[in-house]
Design a protein around this ligand. Sequence first.
Ligand code: ADP
Length: 455
Amino acid sequence: MFLRWLSWAVFSLVGALAGVWLGGATGALLGVIAGGALWLLQDSMRLARLEIWLRALQLADQDLGEEAVTVSAPAKGWYSELAERVRRMLRAQLRARKESQARLDETLAAMQASPNGLVLLDAEGRIEWCNLMSSQHYGLDVQRDLQQYAVNLVRDPAFTAYVAAGDYARPVVVTGSQSTAMRPVRLSVQLHPYGQGRRMMLSRDVTLLEQAEAMRRDFVANVSHEIRTPLTVLAGFVETLQTLPLDETQRQQYLALMAHQSQRMQTLVNDLLSLSRLEGTPLPGAQDEVSLALLMTQCEHEARMLSAQLASSGHAIEFVREGDHVLCGAPSELQSALSNLVTNAVRYTPAPGRILVRWTVLPDGRGEFSVQDSGPGIAPEHLPRLTERFYRVDRSRSRETGGTGLGLAIVKHVVQRHGAELRIQSQLGQGARFAIEFPPLRVRVRAASEELTSA
Ligand code: ADP
């Protein structure tokens, strides 16, 4: 600034001196005015150059970013310092802008990566931003639906009522846009106020949670029902024994019936414990082994005993074992899975039906344990649900033969824990075939030196 004043003073002084030399006092005054005018002219020209530079800088800044601030400053002298300061300020501003843009990009990327749906609403409830998950949840178009009212797009009456009530302390559960009758999708949506009247809309897919909760409720109801039935019968017999004068034969009859009911409860509790053990223990490793010969001998023993118990004529039971193999896995679990399939075949096949139990190794190295029966078969609509807990096709046959409705659920768990697959094929009236296919890793040929009982 000082330099500027000094140059003005020099211009005025030179003008005054030239004026004095040319025309005395009046000339001096005119010289000062002329000097000042000349100074003003050259100052305005420099200022104009600076303005043009600043304008060019502003334009270049929009296009080039940081490169813009390297455009050289125009003026020399006192305006060059001003230009330099402007340039430095601009560069600092640009860097700060870039940093905050990078932070914003990272925050948005994190919000995009969220497994939950996220929508930012302005004070009027219009969508300002939404992530991809939320667009899936509500069927939004990330670009097209910006500035639209959320209540117009999430057209679930529960959500409309939730927004209208204005109480966002709890989430509301709505139906997802991709929901179908076969595959329902349920979302838990909650609004979180922030800033000045803005709201963040969070959505979480709770379909599996709701299903698990429904299954838990059903399970408790089923267990209670299964236990209550024999308990009621038992309580009735106890009361009869206590109140009625019975002779010895009648007493023995009642006691036998009571023993049957308590046996039923015991089987149920044992199956429940097996299931919870299967869910609660680590996956079986490959270090435990059991020979197919041993597994099948035990299954055959159980099948023949059960067949003799259920029908005096018995069944035509055949066990075929191709090759001498060992299964890697938990022996007790494997035994229970194979036994369940074999005893089911005996229980559901009216005597004197045929039952063929077979072990074979398939060409691709997988081991297959199959049970084929000539029983009543199963209608196709029941097949996908057979392994559900307490799902029964033939309730009375299941009860009569001591079934709990948990057998195939146990089989499914064991099969999954061993990386195997359960295949069920059946047609009404044409028997059923249940097969477990073990992966090649779990099947090994038994060495001649190994004992039959080696597990
Ligand atoms: P349960 O203890 O009732 O036998 P499971 O889970 O073992 O329970 O079997 C579920 C249902 O599948 C049974 O109730 C029965 O209706 C059907 N089922 C199982 N095995 C057979 C089979 N070999 N033939 C016909 N139906 C079967």
